[in-house]
Ligand binder design. Structure first.
Ligand SMILES: NC(=O)c1ccc[n+]([C@@H]2O[C@H](COP(=O)([O-])OP(=O)(O)OC[C@H]3O[C@@H](n4cnc5c(N)ncnc54)[C@H](OP(=O)(O)O)[C@@H]3O)[C@@H](O)[C@H]2O)c1
Length: 274
């Protein structure tokens, strides 16, 4: 029987998820299809009803519904509870089960490349929803501490409070204060929106060397200005598309309980960039 999957959100027309998942189904010759479904702010309840009517097997949830979706779920996994947002739903015969794959998706390329996290020091740019999942991931993997650089002071402070609350030592700073940092970091992660619109990199090169992992979760453009700076400084690089791929793999495995075809999904993402 044909299984149907979707991604819901707004805007949704540029989502790469249908491309990635449909490539996986083709590769494994599965009778499945994945669609993008625009659900506007305030329309979530109706959207979910429609998905239930077509007997959707599972769906991803993106902006602006990641938090509101929580109230429509019958149960939530540990990551959802911890992060306070859901991005993957499994329709188990009418019972909606919620998952958050942001954390596992973020960690996936680090683990695939066998880069150690335990005891590491992190500089994180940004303090939004993705940053929260990233902090939960580093804490779970026993990183040492984190400096959170953010544009809006209160948001950085709020996230540092969350981090300290789960036992992961965090210090919030302003973006400009990055110039005064003198220590080296094992990981520098951009989880702000900077780079999406080709903004120039603001993370000082003095913080980067060949031992630094620079991970930019912005995936469009593929090579942001931060990635270009990191290349010049011979850093180890993780691209935003790798997190996107990590999340798609996790969703696939939650819904279909079988190993996802990594290479085929990666090819489809890179093809999607033209
Ligand atoms: N690769 C992936 O799979 C993946 C997954 C999730 C997200 N992302 C990307 O990660 C980014 C953040 O996502 P999110 O969900 O955390 O978004 P969000 O909750 O809206 O947070 C956005 C963050 O970016 C900061 N920011 C926005 N514009 C800025 C500017 N002009 N200068 C400096 N800082 C700025 C915000 O700072 P303030 O607190 O000052 O507003 C905030 O910290 C987005 O670009 C998204 O596309 C990628």
């Amino acid at each position: 029987m044909l299984k149907t999957f979707a991604v819901i959100g707004d805007p949704i027309d540029h989502s790469l998820s249908p491309t990635i998942h449909n490539a996986a189904y083709r590769e494994l010759d599965m009778e499945c299809t994945y669609i993008a479904y625009k659900v506007e702010n305030g329309e979530l309840a109706t959207g979910i009803e429609s998905l239930k009517k077509i007997k959707i097997t599972g769906f991803n949830v993106t902006i602006p519904h990641k938090i509101e979706m929580m109230k429509y779920l019958d149960n939530l996994d540990e990551n959802c509870k911890r992060i306070g947002a859901v991005n993957t739903v499994f329709n188990d015969d009418g019972i909606l089960r919620g998952f958050n794959t942001d954390m596992d998706g973020f960690l996936e390329p680090i683990k695939r490349k066998e880069i150690p996290i335990k005891g590491s020091r992190i500089l994180l740019l940004g303090a939004g929803g993705a940053s929260r999942a990233i902090i939960a991931g580093f804490q779970k993997e026993n990183a040492k501490d984190i400096v959170i650089a953010n544009r809006t002071k209160e948001n950085g402070e709020r996230l540092a409070k969350f981090s300290n609350g789960i036992g992961f030592n965090a210090k919030p700073i302003h973006l400009e204060e990055m110039d005064m940092l003198d220590s080296k970091f094992d990981f520098i992660v951009n989880a702000s929106s900077l780079g999406l619109n080709d903004e120039k990199n603001i993370i000082p090169s003095s913080l980067m060397d060949s031992q630094t992992v620079v991970y930019d979760i912005v995936y469009k453009p593929l090579k942001t200005n931060l990635i270009n700076t990191a290349k010049k400084n011979n850093c180890k690089i993780i691209y935003g598309y790798e997190m996107l791929l990590g999340q798609a793999i996790r969703s696939f495995e939650i819904w279909l309980d079988q190993k996802a075809p990594y290479e085929a999904m990666k090819r489809s993402i890179l093809g999607g960039f033209g």
